[in-house]
Design a protein around this ligand. Sequence first.
Ligand SMILES: C=CC1=C(C)c2cc3[nH]c(cc4nc(cc5[nH]c(cc1n2)c(C)c5CCC(=O)O)C(CCC(=O)O)=C4C)c(C)c3C=C
Ligand SMILES: [Fe+2]
Ligand SMILES: [Fe+2]
Length: 322
Amino acid sequence: MKTGVLLVNLGTPSAPTAKAVKTFLSQFLHDRRVVDVPRALWCPLLHGIILPFRSPRVARLYQSIWWEEGSPLMVISRRQQAALAEALNEAGIDMPVALGMSYGEPSLATAWQELKSAGVDRVVLLPLYPQYSVSTTASVFDGWARLMKKERLVPAFRFIHDYHDHSGYIQALAESVRRHWEQHGRGELLLLSYHGIPRRYEDEGDPYGQQCHRTSELLAAELGLERHQWRTTFQSRFGREEWLQPYTDDTMKALPGEGIKRLDVICPAFSADCLETLEEIAEQNRELFMASGGEAYHYIPALNDQPAHIRMMMDLVCRELV
Ligand SMILES: C=CC1=C(C)c2cc3[nH]c(cc4nc(cc5[nH]c(cc1n2)c(C)c5CCC(=O)O)C(CCC(=O)O)=C4C)c(C)c3C=C
Ligand SMILES: [Fe+2]
Ligand SMILES: [Fe+2]
């Protein structure tokens, strides 16, 4: 059998324009794993208010972080794909690596066609979400299952569920923080900000929040931090419902009043930098912290295509070869 790797991430608009953002948001926000409100209530709100008003506003945000080669999330994902393929090749492992996105292009279908053309009949699916969530990981599984419905011969496959406590992941994060401290000095607090989910999803069994807290504990232990030197928060709230707490933005406003003026922020749930880290954390939240009396604010980049991150991906994938 020939095994191939399918790296999956969320996806991103094809251009920083209102039209492209609307297309992307429409596909994303129609996914019942992401928004589970009954369609009769959700669709009028989505089509009447959210898509027309949010798309131009969010397009301006994408413009502020867009790179010459494209959306940071896409550019970094392609680099990860190339780096993993090279690492496998150097190790003498013949395993094609494809990239598929849950929303937009390259789709899972495009990625699967690439693997099929390379003669792959066994697939290791690696959703690049360290912490399992119904809104991300389960949605990758749905996308794969939908695709497989069209196949007569379903390939053998393995699905990497999560890696929130994988030692290579924790060490890669720790290495990144230490390197940052060596280059920029050390803040009084390390804030670990994770993408949020509605609190209700957790109440209904999503282990995401618990896995985020476990990642934080393991990283803090690896760095030898005392309990008052790190904190976990949740960002990127959407809609009126309660999401996982404490909220990142409220924490930013409160920290200087608690005497914390120098802050380091890392976003462990994002395997690649994107709008939610480069704009929301590195820009918007910096402004909140500084306007509330903060003096120094450093965003520590996502693991992206750092060698330690690629080594971790290789380990995750190679474990599935047995
Ligand atoms: C509608 C509710 C949302 C849930 C639940 C959600 C969960 C979730 N998302 C990520 C990672 C990413 N989110 C990104 C963008 C993004 N997320 C939402 C909403 C929810 N996310 C929206 C509406 C958007 C689009 C931007 C916006 O309109 O604000 C991205 C991609 C960013 C990019 O650069 O293109 C990522 C990655 C996780 C990990 C997660 C739950 C665990
Ligand atoms: Fe709709
Ligand atoms: Fe999101």
